[in-house]
Design a binder for this molecule. Sequence first.
Ligand code: GLC
Length: 481
Amino acid sequence: MKIAICASEGAPYVKSGGLGDVMEALPAALARIPGNEVVLILPYYNKIKTNEAFKVERVAEFRVGLGWRQQYAGLLKLTNRTDGVQVYFIDSEYYFGARTGAIYGDMDDGERFAYFSRACLDALAIVEFIPDVIQCNDWQTAPVPIYLKSMYQHIFGKTRCMYTIHNIEYQGWANSSFFDDVLGLPWEYRGVLDMNNSVNVMKGAIETADLVTTVSETYARELMYPYYAHGLDGILANAAWKLTGITNGIDTNTFNPETDPALPAHYNAETFVEGKAACKAALQEEVGLPVKPDVPLMVMVTRLAGHKGLDLLCYIARRLLWEEDAQLLILGTGEPQYETFFRELQEQFPDQVAAKITFNLKLAARIYAGGDVYLMPSKSEPCGLSQMNAMRYGTVPVVHATGGLKDTVPPADQDGKGGLGFTFQSYNADDFLASLKRCLYLYNHNREGFRDLQKREMEQDFSWDVPAGRYMELFQHMCSW
Ligand code: GLC
């Protein structure tokens, strides 16, 4: 099957969050399936251009229509990828070159990604890769199915389009003039994109895509409710017949405690007791916490954003640290009020708290390995990847039972049996504290039970093979219409 994937980020070239991880592993997993040809298209951000590790050749130059304008595009092909995925970059100095360092957040983001979406279709036509399926992601590439259905049927009449929602908070809202001035779509599509007299490109994608997916089964159900859907619940309820959840995997080669070069000691599901003890001692030393093997180390690697459940943690933190002989280690940057909170918490509890307000992938790996308990009380979580990273490294998750957290962390009982972690149902600080205390109780009073739980987690298959198979089923289903 010929598969084209369009995305605004993809590791190792460019990544701001989970979408970047998915766009590293999913194309590769699809390319491993015999008979598949996989093309991935990304914007050629300055960050990629200036990184010498990524060798490219120029394949074509063309013009992309945007409203009444034509904008230059260069098409570059990566020449040094070896896993079968063909990677193309859309080059535009104007849209992706001379910008601030960040990949999103410019005033004209709507225009930048409308341009990119349309350029993806033009590029596929130019290299004569007419895919059976195009898979696109989040608001940035939401215009792809819209253009495909409205203006590109003469080229891609048989191509089906899957639209995947990783984060519904950002929908690509724009002023109604965006429809003519930038998108330049035929007038009969105005209603498809219109929401409250504005343009909403995510809505347009949901309506025009052949299938819509999101990144876990529970989140697909949650999206029918206003609490989760940020205004799109009605639209998604109407599209329920074509909405499916496929829970993400993680890159189990990169995240492998047996080989991860960032770790001071290596281990697997048989040797983790000694291996994790060595990683924990080294980690406590590295972050300036007292090296105490039997004090439970609670860890969190996160963007310091409200929806990650930090308000719950802030609410219970002092009580938790007074009542429990436990250590807390946080790694991440984000909203200033949380950065300040955790810095102050560290000052107040220097022997129990380490706050590393920075972004550091290697330290993150050492934290997944050296921690005992992983906290992820997210308010909502489409899938979440770090709880799987934590389990792969044998660190027990305590999570809010929502979205992908609910699907990947079935609850264990108080002896640690029957599940993979500790969960709480309603988004409430006391419930979070209670489930965390159950976890600490198991650690303190039944270490055997705690280790059984860790071992079960490490034995899980979180690889992309299973989800890639589900994507294939849906691709085949779409192509049978
Ligand atoms: C977004 C979601 C996260 C998900 C990731 C990859 O970042 O917030 O839950 O794991 O996309 O799909």
